[in-house]
Design a protein around this ligand. Structure first.
Ligand code: NAP
Length: 301
């Protein structure tokens, strides 16, 4: 049993469909579990069938509503994101909440099948694309919510000539840059969705004990290794998930959009995140990176 007592207990989510990426580990798993306990129909996205089925069964034990559904997709591949979106359209007429949670870090610069740097592709571009591709399903909900996991440890500058670490790469810089992109994306998305019933917010779970960084090797592995051995620095995912669950479900946030939440409170982020020109430029560049498949973009452009 993963759940803990929390201030979000008791907020009803029955009748609501929540799509959550990275739902097979850490924060995404704990968030999926809490929302299932609240009665939501949880739609998990994972990339590993065995792990996904195991976690799905764990969540099913606590679900107050329907049994969770699992979709498999490697979000580093645009083709797989498109296949995922097609399957979602075949299975649902509405998505009430989308939680873009999956993320990864890489010690060395690696590229996806489409030739994009992986941290950027998984952490920023995948949420950008998936959001566009399922936006019609979110529009079909009475008051759709889009959440994207970011971090208070995001970059304070954005060098567009090194967006994918093509000039110089270091794993922490790439991760922090992707978390900045999550906030810029959310702010721009909220602006574009203003006047609709859909809200877009981002959040940080705060420092949390998860598998994030466990794949790092060599020097980059040292920092996560040390931090994970100082228990007082990190919350357990069950506790950290309270923030995304709050942002996904609290009636207090009806109509609230374009905010960053940390510990269930709106928190100011670095100055650059409020720069509209930077956010627009990132949006345009992100769009161009999958333009050949971009017909869905017309929905919010
Ligand atoms: N942990 C922290 O201290 C912290 C702090 C601030 C923000 N965050 C943010 O919180 C979110 C969740 O991270 P976490 O800490 O819970 O890490 P985690 O335990 O490593 O979970 C990350 C999830 O993303 C999935 N994922 C990674 N690459 C993927 C890919 N190519 N395709 C599909 N799914 C993929 C993983 O799938 P598998 O289960 O198959 O591995 C896993 O379920 C991230 O956005 C992270 O940036 C975390």
């Amino acid at each position: 049993m993963l759940s803990v007592e929390s201030p979000v207990n008791g907020i009803p989510m029955s009748g609501k469909t929540v799509l959550i990426t990275g739902a097979t580990s850490g924060l995404g798993l704990a968030t999926a579990l809490l929302l299932a306990e609240q009665g939501a129909e949880v739609v998990m996205v994972g990339r590993d069938r065995t792990r996904g089925n195991f976690m799905r069964a764990e969540i099913a034990k606590c679900a107050a509503g329907s049994v969770p559904i699992l979709f498999l997709a490697d979000l580093s591949s645009q083709a797989e994101i498109h296949r995922l979106a097609e399957k979602l359209h075949g299975s649902f007429s509405r998505i009430d909440v989308l939680i873009n949670n999956a993320a990864a870090m890489f010690a060395n610069r690696e590229v996806t099948p489409e030739g994009l740097e992986k941290t950027f592709a998984i952490n920023h571009l995948a949420p950008f694309i998936l959001t566009h591709l399922v936006l019609d399903l979110i529009r079909a909900a009475p008051a759709g919510r889009i959440l994207t996991a970011s971090s208070e440890f995001h970059s304070g500058t954005l060098d567009f000539s090194n967006l994918q670490g093509e000039r110089r790469y270091n794993w922490l810089g790439a991760y922090k840059r992707s978390k900045l992109c999550n906030i810029l994306f959310t702010h721009e998305l909220a602006r574009r969705l203003a006047g609709t019933t859909i809200t877009a917010n981002c959040f940080s779970p705060g420092p949390t004990l998860t598998r994030l960084g466990d794949n790092l090797r060599g020097l980059p592995a040292v920092l996560p290794w040390i931090v994970k051995r100082i228990p007082s620095l990190l919350a357990f995912p069950e506790r950290a998930a309270i923030t995304p669950v709050y942002v996904a479900s609290s009636p207090d946030l009806d109509g609230v959009s374009g905010r960053f939440f940390l510990r269930c409170r709106t928190t100011r982020t670095k100055d650059i995140t409020y720069d509209i020109d930077v956010a627009r430029r990132l949006w345009t560049m992100s769009k161009a990176m999958y333009e050949s498949r971009a017909s869905a973009l017309s929905q919010i452009d």
